[in-house]
Design a protein around this ligand. Structure first.
Ligand code: NAD
Length: 496
């Protein structure tokens, strides 16, 4: 008989499981193996990571380059079928992905479910794109007696370099887009979260994508540096901090090689503007979700809340009320809203930021951390009052929200201030006034503008997501233009 075990029991049963990440093609040389521990306690070992050696990077790129023309000529339909087969296998391994997301990345169960859903949606959507773009030719106007058309091809070997905060979805999304377009991929996951990535790559191989076509190269920044400095890399799809994007840009430019395509999705200094026409319950819900879901470790997360001064006290009282009810703790438990941040360095950086703001003496609300959290990387959720968004020099990647009171007459200055941070990822607006919406929409320079809702994208694969300025180069991830950016257009003109 079929025995149905509840999800939480199935996930708990994986407590003793251990995972491992290593390069797809390992040499016999000894490489360093590092333990991966859970961010929530820093002692429980989830698995191990064997870093990629420089000579293994060389081999990986050689193999990827040799097989690329074959992968490209396989065509859009066959590539789409392979990506869909991978998506099916991801879904079959739901339990394993969820358990690993909770343990390796410290995600709550709802966040882990979202992560897996996004990963699967990316695979399926890019399969659709592979069919749309690579199974037929695009006719061009031309002289009489000529057959003129465009065919699309992969650019070559693409490197994908990803962050820890979406260790599965943002690892697989850009890689799937590059593969859909006929490139082969060498993928470097973040050093904090290689286990989810290794499981994803293993399932892609089981689905039939050849090992040389999609390889994983675990390791820290040095491995990323070795990959991006190789002249055979035709393009890099990077997601991570603005500082690292600058370094990669310089590395690519310094190569004695053809100019590489560089797609960067980076950080943000995301604001939300709330005026006196906004609905208080809705604002409260969206501020709490935007600032504290995923412990504030989303590139899109709300960092700076602008509240119109005549409703500020009422709204901030409601927001504080909801803030005080957030459950903080081990994300393996079902009732937890805010889990740990990723590692001790992230925690230390956030604590330094809060300590500096404390000295400035403005209003600050801080939750007390519950007992049992002192071993892990927990940061007490915090709300801080500020005078100006310019007081923030960097992206504070965690559960810390800042607020600023503004006067209705200063709305234009608020928008200018947000723009002048140089970042341009997400911005929220809560207002029932159409003219205000139109005004902010026309002036704010961000990639994603959210009105009367939270700042968390709902449909990540088919809606473009990404920023401008310090937040990224574009094309934005997802949507109808992304996969094409991984391809090169060949205009063919035939005298018939
Ligand atoms: P990070 O920049 O520290 O690291 C990202 C990746 O780059 C990692 O794999 C890392 O090992 C690698 N790396 C580091 N140095 C390198 C080098 N010299 N050469 C090549 N690769 C190198 O970022 P993180 O802390 O992992 O991620 C958090 C950041 O990512 C935040 O700034 C967040 O806003 C951003 N992010 C942006 C988006 C987006 O869509 N815009 C999405 C998620 C995260």
């Amino acid at each position: 008989p079929l025995v149905r075990v509840p999800l939480m029991q199935r996930l708990a049963a994986m407590e003793e499981r251990r995972w491992h990440a290593e390069p797809t093609f390992r040499s016999n040389a000894e490489g360093e193996t590092a333990p991966i521990t859970m961010p929530q306690d820093l002692t429980h070992e989830v698995g191990t990571r064997r870093d990629t050696l420089v000579e293994e990077v060389e081999t990986a790129i050689t193999l990827a380059q040799q097989i690329q023309p074959g992968w490209d000529s396989l065509g859009g339909e066959k590539r789409a079928l392979l990506l869909e087969a991978a998506a099916d296998l991801f879904e079959e391994h739901t339990d394993e992905f969820l358990a690993l997301c909770q343990r390796e990345a410290g995600k709550t169960l709802p966040d882990a479910v979202l992560e897996l859903r996004e990963a699967v949606d990316f695979l399926r959507f890019y399969a659709v794109e592979a069919r749309r773009l690579f199974t037929h030719r695009f006719d061009l106007p031309g002289p009489t007696g000529e057959d003129n058309y465009i065919s699309l091809h992969g650019r070559g070997v693409f490197a994908t370099i990803s962050p820890w905060n979406f260790p599965l979805a943002i690892f697989i999304g850009p890689a799937a887009a590059a593969l859909a377009a006929g490139n082969t991929v060498v993928a470097k996951p973040a050093e904090q979260t290689p286990l989810l990535a290794a499981l994803a790559v293993k399932l892609c191989h089981e689905a039939g994508i050849p090992e040389e076509v999609f390889q994983i190269l675990p390791g820290a920044g040095e491995v990323g540096e070795a990959i991006t400095s190789d002249p055979r890399i035709a393009g890099v799809a990077f997601t991570g901090s603005t500082d690292t994007a600058r370094i990669i840009n310089r590395t690519l430019a310094a190569r004695d090689a053809p100019i590489a395509t560089f797609i960067a999705e980076t950080g943000g200094q995301n604001a939300m503007i709330v005026d006196s026409s906004a609905l208080p319950e809705q604002v409260t819900r969206d501020v709490i979700a935007g600032a504290f879901q995923s412990a504030g470790q989303r590139c899109s997360a709300l960092r700076v809340l602008y509240v119109q001064d005549d409703v500020a006290d009422e709204l901030l009282t409601m927001i504080r009320g909801a803030f005080e009810t957030l459950n903080i703790g081990d994300p393996v438990n079902l009732n937890i809203d805010v889990g740990p941040v990723i590692d001790p360095d992230a925690k230390a950086a956030l604590e330094r930021h809060v300590a500096r703001r404390k000295k400035n003496g403005r209003t600050m609300w801080r939750r007390k951390l519950p007992s049992g959290t002192s071993q892990g990387c927990f940061v007490a959720p915090t709300i801080i009052e500020m005078n100006s968004i310019h007081d923030l020099k960097r992206e504070n990647f965690g559960p810390v929200l800042h607020f600023i009171r503004y006067k209705a007459a200063d709305l234009g200055k608020v928008v200018d201030d947000i723009n002048s941070t140089g970042y341009g990822l997400t911005c929220g607006l809560h207002s029932r006034i159409d003219g205000t919406r139109r005004f902010v929409e026309s002036r704010i320079r961000v990639g994603n503008f959210y009105v009367n809702r939270n700042q968390i994208g709902a449909v990540v694969e088919s809606q473009p997501f990404g920023g401008e300025g310090l937040s990224g180069t574009g094309p934005k991830a997802g949507g109808p233009h992304y996969v094409k950016a991984f391809a090169t257009e060949r205009a063919v003109c035939i005298d018939t």
